[in-house]
Design a protein around this ligand. Structure first.
Ligand code: CA2
Length: 157
């Protein structure tokens, strides 16, 4: 094990894509009642209670801002990304390229079961590059992804 690995606590980045800032305000029958702030607060609590790792969280409605955040992740010491790419899941080659470009392991999370919805939501341009995909478990999906990310980083430390 290297000295830098011994001294630095793992850092996990949670990325929320376009329109997820609307959570809790509209369409609760699809996306649940939690706001994004509720979800982020729960993840912060969970990571504090269960590990020495830290969590960075970022939401943007802009594809470019999400890509810039992914590009900056390795220099910040991020070891794992949990991402709900929102509608970009189904359309963004650029987001896929950014994730494969930085070569950080990631889990794709969806609040809803995209496979039980309109056909255009069934395809993800990111999924085959992901360590795993969680869909349809609501906000709990983020928590499962976070726990798995912690295990993954622990196994590799
Ligand atoms: O199920 C998911 O988490 C999605 O990633 C959410 C995206 C959708 O385009 C994906 O197909 C599946 C949409 C996020 C929009 O969230 C809203 C929340 C409340 C009100 C309106 C939109």
């Amino acid at each position: 094990m290297t000295a830098s690995k011994l001294s630095s606590a793992p850092l996990i980045l949670v990325l929320h894509g376009p329109n997820l800032n609307l959570l809790g305000k509209r369409e609760p029958e699809i996306y649940g009642h939690d706001s994004l702030a509720d979800i982020d607060a729960r993840l912060q609590r969970l990571i504090k209670e269960t590990s020495k790792a830290s969590l960075l969280s970022f939401q943007s409605n802009s594809e470019g801002a999400l890509i810039d955040c992914i590009h900056a992740a390795p220099q910040k010491g991020v070891g794992f990304i949990v991402i709900n790419p929102g509608g970009l899941t189904h359309s963004s080659v650029a987001l896929r390229d950014a994730l494969t470009g930085v070569a950080l392991p990631f889990i794709e999370v969806h609040l809803s079961n995209i496979h039980a919805r309109e056909p255009f939501r069934h395809r993800s341009l990111l999924a085959d590059q992901a360590v795993g995909v969680i869909a349809g478990l609501g906000a709990r999906g983020y928590e499962f992804a976070l726990m798995w990310a912690l295990e993954y980083l622990q196994r590799r430390s």
